[in-house]
Design a protein around this ligand. Structure first.
Ligand SMILES: [Zn+2]
Length: 229
């Protein structure tokens, strides 16, 4: 785990935390678009040349017909898979509806499918995110939670960090009474290489506010996620 993850986990839930809602993650880290427009980047041709180098590295003849367009296609695929660096979570969640019409339970969106790329191997991991929050005045359109998930999924990630980022973004922007995020995923860096175990799922979760402080709410969230399948 890297330092960024450690810093958002001040302690176990059993530790005595102050009663106020703590800012659990520095929002500046992820709320702005991750790549500034003026940030220097290699030219597209350089990226394609790098792909060609990798093809030669694995032993390919980079001049054979089937591979001539591959560097261009790979870079295009990267543009799509990593577009989250250019998208801003705050813009997605800022469009809230003011009226909750007295609704005081949590809102759960289950089974949000995603594909992300692991930052250790640049290989896909994919699965489902389940997100709940308890609104205070502000609610978002349900599709926005799926959009938010994609923004973070379309970057190089660890599953732990992605879980924490989704929770922190909702927590910071919407200031709900609590956020619960559970992600289950299969990592191809584990299923097709390394130990080569298919079908193993990794679960990560992140709870803030009432979900962190109230085990009964956590349990209700988990049973709704698990149930009705
Ligand atoms: Zn990996």
């Amino acid at each position: 785990m890297d330092a960024a993850i450690k810093s958002i986990r001040p302690g176990k839930p059993s530790d005595k935390l102050p009663e106020s809602r703590p800012g659990e993650l520095d929002p500046a880290e992820f709320l702005a678009a991750a790549v500034r427009a003026d940030q220097p980047r290699p030219a597209r041709a350089e990226a394609e040349a790098a792909v060609k180098t990798l093809l030669a590295y694995i032993g390919e003849n980079t001049e054979r017909e089937g591979l001539l367009d591959t560097p261009r296609r790979v870079v295009e695929a990267f543009d799509e898979l990593y577009q989250g660096y250019h998208q801003c979570p705050a813009e997605v969640l800022d469009r809230t509806f003011g009226e909750t019409a007295g609704y005081d339970d949590f809102v759960l969106v289950r089974d949000i499918e995603f594909t992300s790329q692991c930052e250790h191997h640049m290989m896909p991991f994919y699965g489902k995110a389940h997100i709940a929050y308890t609104p205070v005045e502000r609610v978002v359109g349900l599709s926005k939670l799926a959009r938010l998930t994609d923004i973070f999924a379309r970057r190089l990630q660890t599953q732990e960090h992605m879980t924490a980022q989704i929770a922190a973004a909702i927590d910071e922007i919407m200031k709900p009474r609590g956020v619960a995020v559970l992600i289950e995923a299969e990592h191809t860096c584990m299923s097709v290489r390394g130990v080569a175990k298919h079908g193993a799922s990794t679960f990560t979760s992140r709870f803030t506010g009432m979900f962190r402080d109230n085990p009964a709410e956590q349990a209700r969230f988990l049973s709704l996620v698990r149930g009705m399948r």
